[in-house]
Design a binder for this molecule. Structure first.
Ligand code: AMP
Ligand code: ZN
Length: 107
């Protein structure tokens, strides 16, 4: 399967990694929309949050825990954690990912 986030998770394509667990990788968005903009990607291919939540809830929990940890490290504690789901909602990469964004980076 030709999936860019599977390739990043496998280390086949480089990314600016922020943190990682056995189940999840966090890396800077290539086109940041906020001063903090990090993507949380499970190391297993599901198309969106709905499929991940039923297909592998343990990956979802791990992703949420790593995401909130990264958000608290990089921001003052105010952040958004969003999952664009479906083309009309702005999803452009069809390997589920959460966006951590914050306008208030930690100094
Ligand atoms: P979405 O539009 O919610 O599917 O989000 C996809 C995100 O992936 C966008 O914010 C892109 O800037 C980001 N993106 C796409 N390719 C890469 C890449 N190779 N490395 C880092 N971020 C990427
Ligand atoms: Zn994938």
């Amino acid at each position: 399967m030709d999936c860019i986030f599977c390739k990043i998770a496998a280390g086949e394509i480089a990314a600016k990694t922020v943190a990682e667990t056995a189940k999840t990788i966090a890396f800077w968005d290539i086109s940041p929309q906020q001063p903090v903009h990090v993507l949380l990607v499970p190391k297993i291919h599901y198309e969106n949050i709905a499929e991940l939540s039923t297909g592998s809830p343990e990956h979802l929990v791990d992703l949420m825990q790593l995401g909130t940890k990264v958000a608290e490290e990089l921001s003052t504690g105010s952040f958004r954690f969003t999952f664009n789901t479906g083309v009309e909602a702005g999803q452009s990469v069809f390997h589920v990912h959460g966006h951590i964004t914050s306008t208030t980076p930690k100094a």
